[in-house]
Design a protein. Structure first.
Length: 233
């Protein structure tokens, strides 16, 4: 199976579904991580170009831990908008990955880039199959099933499905630690310990199903629904 996780920023998918992606990779799925923005305002010391370059290298290192491909969209951090050009770029990138399953941000997440990224991705799930919408990559044969990822901190999100990630939690943490610059930025901006914050979130989700760590999802509640929880690892 082909799996595509679409995050607004470098490190978003590691936080919200990194363990699930690790389990997908272990069962033999082809995993692709697609990142919409380049994280180019996430530093108190480096220039925009410098931090964007650093964050791309960190994203490549993280994806490499589970053998995932990386699609780098390179939009400016904090300024992702849903316009024709961006939607066409998303359609092309999704076609490149040709997924059976997509993981996307939800509409109630705290960050505007998250919300817009999820909206564009969800709105592209049908157009990617339309042959007369022309892009570099050809139209896909079928509509992918879409899972909505948890909100950061779990705020305002009611899970439908859980994935027990206890056995791959160390892998998730290794992926997160690849993003060293983001760890430094969050310490500066929010006085937040990166991995500790994620550990608390996954432990809370794990409590719901009696495991040490879990990640939570919902299916996109829109016609047509082409899959379900059996697609999760």
């Amino acid at each position: 199976m082909r799996v595509l996780a679409i995050g607004a920023h470098p490190d978003d998918v590691e936080i919200l579904c990194g363990g699930t992606l690790a389990k997908c990779a272990l069962r033999g799925d082809k995993v692709t991580i697609m990142i919409a923005t380049n994280g180019n305002v996430g530093s108190a010391k480096l220039t925009k170009n410098e931090i964007a370059s650093v964050r791309r290298k960190e994203a490549e290192a993280s994806a490499g831990i589970i053998g995932a491909d990386l699609i780098w969209m390179d939009y400016d951090d904090e300024f992702l908008f849903h316009d024709r050009e961006t939607r066409m770029a998303f359609i092309n990138a999704i076609r490149r990955a040709n997924p059976d399953v997509m993981f996307v941000h939800g509409s109630s997440d705290y960050h505007p880039d998250h919300r817009i990224c999820g909206e564009i991705a969800a709105d592209c799930r049908i157009p990617v199959t339309v042959p007369l919408i022309l892009t570099e990559y050809p139209a896909m044969a079928r509509i992918p099933h879409v899972f909505i990822m948890d909100n950061l901190g779990g705020i305002g999100f009611e899970p439908e499905f859980y994935v027990d990630i206890s056995d791959v939690y160390d892998t998730k943490c290794r992926m997160l630690r690849s993003h060293e610059s983001q760890d430094a930025w969050l310490q500066y901006q929010y006085s937040m310990d990166y991995v500790t914050f994620v550990a608390k979130s996954s432990a809370i989700r794990g409590m719901a199903i009696g495991t040490e760590h879990a990640e939570a999802f919902r299916s996109l509640p829109m016609y047509p629904v082409v899959g379900g929880p059996s697609l999760l690892p």
